[in-house]
Design a protein around this ligand. Structure first.
Ligand code: NAP
Length: 274
């Protein structure tokens, strides 16, 4: 495992996404991931699986402090009191005394961002949250959030993969020491048959999915949180720290296209018919 290091914090560069993992399958998958060496788990109030994620962490043979756990506030909880109360409820469901990272899941449409970030900072003071961050924030929104928050913003979690250009946000994160956490790093599954990436992977005995993940974690300060449910996929996704892409390959992998992003996402969601 490699780590992203910003603001004196170490975050495992590869984590497990848990969107769409529910019930026993979620407990089993998170448990398996921890067995395989994952030490970073991403959930959210909206995923309806905090209880299952917590159960897996509680029964794993991994000390709590070694596991970096993120959850996210849903926008209907952005008012001060709701943010505080719903985070306590998240902790109850997770069975944890603190989360490592609490994110605003989306930019706020109705509640002043300052109010939500104020509640999140108070949760840090209380010891219930180690770090705060945002998700789906553009560079300008992130800059604004940093001005409004009295505690440092550790991370911005955004959709990032080879079909999506994030150079502007990435440059800012690099300059300011903020983790860019790449969600849907496999385009929701729509990238795993990419022949161009598979051809690069063949040189190293790796798959297209592994090339995409390597490409992400090789860019400082990027962490990636692929979701996987089979043991095979879980093991493959964490096996991206034993090879490196050359500068030419890094450039070759990046192939931004809104069309490919959209089609890939639909293919991942609805299968090969798209
Ligand atoms: P993803 O990680 O890009 O792709 C997941 C899909 O790829 C699943 O269908 C999975 O299949 C398949 N897969 C995984 N590893 C594979 C491999 N090695 N080979 C072939 N197929 C593989 O999709 P995502 O769930 O959209 O994104 C990941 C995480 O990001 C989410 O779970 C969530 O935690 C986070 N996220 C956050 C936001 C936000 O607004 N902040 C939005 C979207 C997602 P199996 O399940 O069958 O293994």
């Amino acid at each position: 495992m490699e780590y992203v290091r910003v603001q004196d914090v170490e975050i495992p560069a590869l984590g497990l996404g848990t969107w769409n993992l529910t019930d026993d399958q979620c407990v089993r998958t998170v448990g398996r991931a921890l067995e395989l060496g994952y030490r970073h788990v991403d959930t959210a109030q909206d995923y309806g699986n905090e209880r299952e994620v917590g159960r897996a962490i509680a029964t794993a043979d991994v000390p709590r402090e070694e596991c970096f756990v993120t959850t996210k506030l849903w926008p209907s909880n952005y008012r001060y009191d709701d943010a505080v109360e719903s985070t306590r409820e998240s902790l109850d469901r997770l069975g944890l005394e603190y989360v490592d990272l609490l994110l605003m899941h989306w930019p706020s449409l109705h509640v002043p961002t300052e109010e939500t970030l104020g509640a999140m900072a108070d949760l840090v003071d209380e010891g219930l949250v180690r770090h705060v961050g945002v998700s789906n924030f553009s560079r300008s929104r992130l800059e604004e959030a940093r001005e409004l928050s009295r505690v440092p913003i550790l991370a911005d979690q955004v959709q990032y993969h080879p079909y999506r250009d994030r150079s502007d946000l990435l440059e800012y994160c690099r300059q300011e020491g903020i983790v860019l956490t790449a969600y849907s790093p496999l385009v929701h599954g729509g990238l795993v048959d990419d022949e161009r990436l598979a051809a690069i992977g063949e040189r190293y005995g790796k798959t297209a999915a592994q090339v995409a993940l390597r490409w992400l974690v090789q860019q400082e300060p990027v962490a990636a949180i692929p979701k996987a449910s089979s043991r095979e996929h879980l093991a493959a996704n964490i096996a991206v720290f034993d090879f490196s892409l050359t500068d030419e390959e890094m450039a070759e992998v990046a192939d931004p296209s809104a069309l490919r992003t959209g089609l890939g996402w639909m293919r991942g969601r609805f299968g090969r018919r798209v």
